[in-house]
Design a protein. Sequence first.
Length: 265
Amino acid sequence: MTSNLAAISVTGVLAYPIKITIFENHYNVRGISRCLFPKCTAGKVAEEPYYFGRETDVSGKNGLKAIRKLGDYRAVEVLQNGLYYVPILSKNPDAFDYEFHCSVLPVLKRFRTGDELAFIDTGRENNISSKTILGESDIVVVTLRQDMQEIQNFFQNYSSLIPRAFFIIGNYDRRSSVTVKSILSEFNFRRDQLGVIPHLDEFAWAADSGRLIEFISARFESNNSDEERYFMQELKKTTFLLLQQTILNQEGRNWGATERRAEKL
């Protein structure tokens, strides 16, 4: 789920001295901007001055700042000096895919250090850029449902990705019989390859309303309920494991993490 990638990105820059830039290589009406910006602001992020290649100075306009220029694109600063988001390049899927492949992929090579990462929400493999991203990324983040058959299907059909895969069980229910322990036992992979993001109604609402940053920031040090405390504990643990894997795998490679969702595979 896109909200998981956004949540880990926010948590990562709140917890560690790193910079994360989030990209999307496909147009999605329920994309990253839906989680990070309230609806009254989200549309402004994709307005023409923010588009790829524009040189317009829009600092401060509508409360946003397109302050970071990497190559020919601008990134919106989401959390000061920590989290950046590159707005969609085009609402035309084919034009978006082509422009991302030709103009943004070369820029991604700059993300080679442990304190500056690129997270890329990828589209289907028939996107021009998706195969390149999957081949070059340090980590391929795979979000799966809490279902043994779905996990088995991934292992059978995409075994080539497993050595670089980090698995997230999204919407995790700790009362289910399909536990982290049973998943590890059944599929025999390392504990540091698997994280969970628990189900929490308040989190789902915040992500759908563009209030994800406020939600995580307000609960980062203190939590109002047992469920929120458990949610934040697991979110922080999953973020730590993913960043640890990404930095360890960076040697000899180029970028940070790319997210794949099981329903797209």
